[in-house]
Design a protein around this ligand. Structure first.
Ligand code: CTP
Length: 483
């Protein structure tokens, strides 16, 4: 490009620089005067390898100024990349260290590429040939170049080579375990090593590999590094304790236990032995729910003063047999209560003043419909649960500047809205809820084990223990009003 020397061009440049921030004005000016060719490329750049370095070198060679968009951790999770090893800061540092990059930006959302191309006035979009044709839609905005991909190396391969395999034994072969097995196949580093159910045919019915089926729970523990407990609630405590005392990590279906002291004891054993104990409340690990929590905590609806969450199941009595069995700790609170308690405890904390619980019981003394009201110093929360009773299952979080609305089934959050008095300010957020959504908790569990994190902040021991105390209050019928 020729160097611009005309008076008109100088005037145009002056006007333009007045409108822009200093930084971008400087970049624009350089570009206009020197004919700088800007190239942009994107990627995860996990475990940076030779293929990435070649790609960045080739991309830089296409122009004068290379911008690299590195995907944010949450964006990767959202688009199904669950196994990325390096976090975004490590990946950005690795990309910078190649020496080919002039600017690193973070890729946060779908559709950002067009925004970036316009914003940074990009001339060339470059990407590896594994994406051939996929980005042709960007040709409307700039030149699109597919660069040759380096054969024989990828982050996926490197992750597989350095893989630590976590052998998980599954105990309790009901509906949830049936989903757990295919979901675990979506997570790298996981192998189902053993399956056990007191009814052998139930265990055999959830796997094609009959050699996985064990004769006893003890055998399952023996054959695993970690145990996923999906048995009826009352078995959780003893099984979790046994597995932890035999140095196995534990992922236990929610509710972990029905007594606060038992929860405290289990977390203490896990901590003493350096093991991971996690409560498998699938909503807690879901990307959209976590994003909602961070948005609310960053004040987008002001101070939170109210939280109302509901959940209900209406199936035939035969299908809800265990869930309604008083000998199996059936009932709507034990069965589903930990889901609505989750946003309440995450946002208001564990220090509530009191809880009043109102339950409609069936002829067997099991609550089929329960409402709870929790009083905090600065807010009020309520939950509504139905088992064999149907109600709207949404989540509403009320704040001093607006409210969050998550439609039913909010516990599988894939969409929510932040709403304000001035409707023009309303915002909608969309996400994917992949499969049955269990892959997020499995991924977090395995990540805690591999990275030696004793617990997950998505549902901390403190929060899990608080939920167990609420279950206990209900078990002891304290402030519980039956109708
Ligand atoms: N790339 C390449 N040669 C390779 C691997 C990646 O040229 N052997 C390119 C990709 O085409 C892309 C950029 O590097 O333009 C970033 O890719 P990324 O998805 O981060 O790397 P992969 O190794 O392909 O990661 P994964 O295995 O997780 O998909």
């Amino acid at each position: 490009m020729p160097i611009i020397t005309t008076r008109r061009a100088r005037v145009t440049i002056r006007c333009k620089t007045q409108q822009l921030s200093q930084d971008s004005a400087r970049r624009d000016l350089t570009k206009l005067l020197l004919g700088v060719k800007k190239v942009i490329t994107y990627g995860t750049y996990d475990l940076l390898h030779e293929g990435h370095i070649n790609l960045l070198r080739r991309a830089k060679a296409l122009g004068d100024y290379l911008i690299v968009g590195v995907t944010n951790d949450s964006f990767d999770r959202e688009r199904g990349k669950l196994n990325v090893r390096n976090n975004v800061l490590e990946r950005v540092e690795a990309v910078k260290a190649t020496g080919f990059v002039d600017q690193v930006i973070i890729e946060d959302y779908m559709g950002q590429k067009i925004d970036d191309i316009l914003k940074y006035d990009v001339d060339i979009f470059a990407i590896g040939s594994d994406w051939e044709g996929k980005f042709d839609y960007l040709k409307e905005y700039c030149e699109v170049v597919y660069l040759p991909r380096t054969e024989g190396v990828s982050s996926t391969m490197l992750r597989a080579e350095s893989e630590i395999i976590v052998n998980i034994g599954v105990v309790g072969c009901g509906r949830i375990a049936r989903r757990f097995i295919p979901e675990s196949a979506k997570v790298d580093a996981v192998r189902i090593s053993a399956i056990y159910d007191t009814v052998r045919s139930a265990a055999e019915s959830i796997t094609d590999d009959k050699s996985l089926v064990c004769d006893s729970f003890e055998e399952l523990v023996e054959r695993s590094d970690a145990v996923y407990i999906a048995t009826p609630h009352l078995a959780h405590y003893h099984q979790a304790k046994y597995a932890l005392e035999h140095n196995r990590h534990v992922l236990c279906e929610t509710p972990l236990v029905l007594r606060g002291k038992e929860a405290e004891e289990l977390y203490a054993i896990a901590q003493q032995r350096g093991l991971v104990l996690m409560e498998a409340n699938k909503t807690a690990y879901c990307p959209a729910f976590n994003h909602l929590m961070t948005l609310i905590k960053s004040g987008l609806i002001g101070d939170v003063v109210g939280i109302d969450a509901s959940e209900s199941k209406l199936w035939g009595e035969d299908k809800l047999k265990r869930e309604l069995d008083p000998n199996e700790a059936g009932g709507s609170l034990y069965e589903m209560g930990s889901y609505p308690m989750l946003p309440i405890i995450k946002l208001f904390g564990v220090d509530y003043r009191n809880i009043n619980i109102y339950s409609r019981m069936n002829q067997n003394g099991v609550d089929v419909y329960t409402r709870g009201i929790m009083r905090y110093d600065n807010g009020i929360a309520s939950f509504q649960l139905g088992l064999g009773v149907k109600t709207e299952g949404n989540l509403v979080i009320s704040g001093t500047q607006g409210y969050a609305y998550v439609q039913s089934p909010w516990w599988k959050t894939d969409y929510f809205e932040l709403r304000y008095e001035d409707q023009n300010l309303n915002k909608k957020y969309f996400y994917h809820w992949e499969g049955h959504g269990l892959r997020y908790e499995i991924q977090e569990f395995v990540s805690c084990i591999i990275n030696h994190r004793s617990h997950s902040s998505r549902l901390s021991p403190k929060e899990s223990i608080a939920m167990a105390y609420i279950m206990e209050q209900f078990s002891d019928r304290q402030n519980v009003f039956e109708i």
